[in-house]
Design a protein around this ligand. Structure first.
Ligand SMILES: [Fe+2]
Ligand SMILES: [Fe+2]
Length: 233
């Protein structure tokens, strides 16, 4: 029988681009000097709720919650697209366009999944204690509600759902950039994770979070781009 350590995971979307240390620093500085988006009311409520439940302080367990929630819009878009495909299979071009949208959503989910797994790995290594109710049960409830909201907005008007996600990704991009700034000791801490090969080879923990911040920026730009187009074009 195959041992757990020997299980091979099919290569899926790792980092959104493999950047050098210099490029990562340049993107990071740009993020720190760029103002945030003017967030929508639903995004503001979500960020306030997360601050209320997990504190304003940027901690690794709080970022784990962010990543748990981050996958949700992509899952809801994927599900709506699959439903749409079943009704359009006779129109080949439209079905292909919808399937392309499914693939994009899945790539983003995979990318967010690596963020989540790497954070969980770091939290375990640093022996940070988390209560099960606060860091497992409550996040599942938040993710469930956020899924319904993303799904509903996407069905009514996709631009609303993409707009909400753009705010979420912009928030994540800036939060990760500030996390690096607040933890200068990470510039010398080697990035060592069982998921490094799947995600990206990076020298330090500081560069890891710069890379994740860059990924969130790419997610944001993709959502902003989609906002201007009809559902499946
Ligand atoms: Fe993420
Ligand atoms: Fe993201």
């Amino acid at each position: 029988m195959e041992k757990e350590s020997e299980v091979q995971v099919k290569k899926v979307q790792g980092a959104m681009a493999q950047l050098s240390h210099e490029e990562l620093v340049s993107h990071w500085e740009e993020t720190l000097s760029t103002p945030r988006r003017r967030y929508r009311i639903d995004a503001k409520i979500l960020f306030s709720l997360l601050d209320f439940l997990y504190g304003k302080k940027r901690t690794l367990p709080k970022f784990k919650i962010l990543e748990l929630v981050a996958r949700v819009p992509y899952q809801s878009w994927e599900q709506v697209s699959y439903i749409a495909i079943t009704h359009t299979y006779e129109r080949t071009n439209l079905a292909r366009k919808i399937f392309n949208r499914v693939t994009e959503s899945r790539n983003q989910q995979d990318n967010e999944q690596w963020h989540l797994l790497i954070l969980e790995d770091l939290i375990t290594k640093k022996q940070i204690k988390e209560s099960k109710i606060k860091y497992w049960v409550i996040p599942q409830i938040i993710a469930f509600v956020y899924y319904q909201l993303s799904w509903l907005l996407y069905v009514i008007r996709p631009g609303w759902s993409y707009g909400l996600n753009a705010d979420f990704e912009d928030h994540a991009q800036h939060e990760y950039a500030l996390l690096v700034k607040e933890n200068p000791e990470w510039e010398n801490e080697p990035f060592d994770s069982v998921f490094a090969e799947d995600y990206a080879e990076l020298d330090t923990v500081a560069d890891l979070f710069r890379q994740i911040s860059y990924d969130e920026k790419v997610h944001k730009e993709e959502s902003l781009d989609k906002m201007g187009h009809p559902r499946f074009v």
